[in-house]
Design a binder for this molecule. Structure first.
Ligand code: TYD
Ligand code: MG
Length: 425
């Protein structure tokens, strides 16, 4: 087969005689994007508001949803609870890890009865597909992808080739029959989903279930979503009878309000798309030994060290002779830089043993020279603080386009740490 590229004319010229079969004959025509019809199937409501939120408004038929998380964090509980509550939909729950009796015990524990949830203990991919054919479910759950094996691949369950092959088979069935599938996946020591990266590429949605196992709160984060935003998070509380949806996270993350306690400051933070009011607790004490101790729970230790250096420069904080312990209430990890101002205020409050008034909250990133830098979505933060009954919020000065009169909370703008401290202490 030969063809020539006619660069001069700007077009490719083909030597017709030799390449009659070079292109396949196609009958379908590419359509103009504006003319492409949208025939979207309605999303399936999972009866779990937090899960629906993270999915972008329910489950899309034919989609493959991967739920990852560390062992024992509550993946099976989350998915079983959803399977039992999803209503009139017929669910097939396949477990390669637990027997039907064990699943029943868990279902009893979460007090959910369902007429439409079928369970089977199976690890063979071919047999699972057989069950799907016989039962024709509306939703398929697989706990977990690492336990499955296909006869067509020699290697052990959990290996790269098994995971790829099994996910491929499930994907074909899901797309051909519009069956939504929830896959549970384990996370390895590095915090990544165990198995090949290709697993994450193959599925439509990747959700990560995380939290501190010693605390009750769990966060469901969307890492990838072909049908919605990845900025959404879902919040749950693990109770003796399953997971409770937390619709108002702020109230939970604030520990019981004590007046007149030094070392506590409230921050109006944003995680995902949602505003949270978070309590920052600090304890500063005189270092008993040569090297001062620093510890941070739920906050980056390097950032704490940087904020301490700023405090030393701006507020005369004697860094070298103080132990500093920092804790974010609720056992969650905060990535939002706007929490800086509350962190430094809590540290200073503990150091001088003067409490921050409990009716005040704040949001602001602290720069190296002690300037308070603007933060995102300030209106949402102010709104949340006002809703929860705070009387004053301290925010960065250089926030554009803010209409301060419309809030029934006093909004005070500061540009430097010193100004914030003058207001607070
Ligand atoms: P599990 O869902 O099995 O975690 P994973 O599938 O991610 O490995 O549950 C994890 C833990 O949750 C387990 O240690 C027991 C606890 N748990 C509760 O506290 N309350 C409950 O109602 C249930 C079902 C489990
Ligand atoms: Mg499990």
């Amino acid at each position: 087969m030969e063809y020539l590229c006619g660069r001069g004319s700007g077009k490719i010229q083909y030597q017709a005689s030799a390449s009659q079969n070079f292109f396949e004959t196609v009958t379908a025509k590419p359509a103009l994007i504006k003319d492409v019809p949208i025939s979207e199937l309605p999303r399936i409501n999972t009866s779990n508001m937090e899960l629906d939120r993270v999915l972008g408004g329910g489950m899309v038929p034919g989609s493959l949803i991967l739920v990852g998380g560390e062992p024992g964090i509550g993946k099976s509980t989350l998915v079983l609870q959803m399977a039992l509550r999803i209503g009139s939909q017929k669910v097939l729950y396949v477990s390669g890890e637990e027997s039907p009796q064990q699943i029943k015990l868990r279902a009893d524990r979460i007090h959910q009865g369902s007429e439409n949830c079928l369970v089977v203990s199976e690890t063979s991919m071919e047999k699972i597909l057989g069950h799907v054919k016989n039962i024709n479910p509306d939703l398929l759950v697989i706990d977990s992808i690492q336990t499955l094996s296909s006869e067509s691949v020699e290697s052990l369950p959990g290996s790269v080739s098994q995971i790829r092959e099994c996910t491929g088979s499930i994907l074909r069935v899901a797309k051909e029959t519009n069956l939504p599938v929830v896959l549970i996946g384990h996370i390895n020591k590095e915090g990544n989903l165990a198995g090949p990266k290709v697993l994450e590429h193959m599925v439509d949605v990747v959700l990560q279930f995380e939290g501190d196992r010693n605390h009750m709160y769990r966060i469901l984060r969307s890492i990838k979503n072909r049908f919605g935003s990845t900025a959404e998070i879902g919040i749950f509380e693990m109770l003796g009878n399953g997971l409770r949806e937390v619709t108002n996270p702020s109230e939970l993350l604030l520990s019981h309000h004590h007046d007149n306690l030094s070392g506590v400051a409230i921050s109006a933070a944003i995680e995902g798309m949602r505003p949270f009011l978070i309590e920052t607790q600090a304890l500063v004490s005189t270092a008993a030994y040569g090297t001062p101790q620093r510890s941070a729970t739920g906050f980056d230790l390097r950032r704490l060290n940087m904020l301490l250096a700023v405090l030393e420069k701006r507020a005369g904080f004697k860094l070298a002779v103080k132990d500093v312990f920092l804790n974010i209430a609720g056992g969650i990890k905060v990535n939002d830089p706007s929490i800086d101002l509350a962190v430094v205020s809590a540290i200073l409050s503990s150091n001088i043993d003067i409490p921050v008034t409990s009716s005040v909250c704040m949001a602001g990133e602290v720069g190296l020279s002690g300037e308070i830098r603007p933060v995102t979505r300030i209106e949402q933060r102010i709104g949340e603080a006002s809703k929860l009954g705070f009387e004053q919020i301290i925010i960065p000065k250089f926030t554009k386009g803010l209409d301060l009169v419309k809030y029934d909370i006093q909004v005070t703008q500061v540009s430097k740490l010193e100004e914030a401290f003058k207001l607070l202490f």
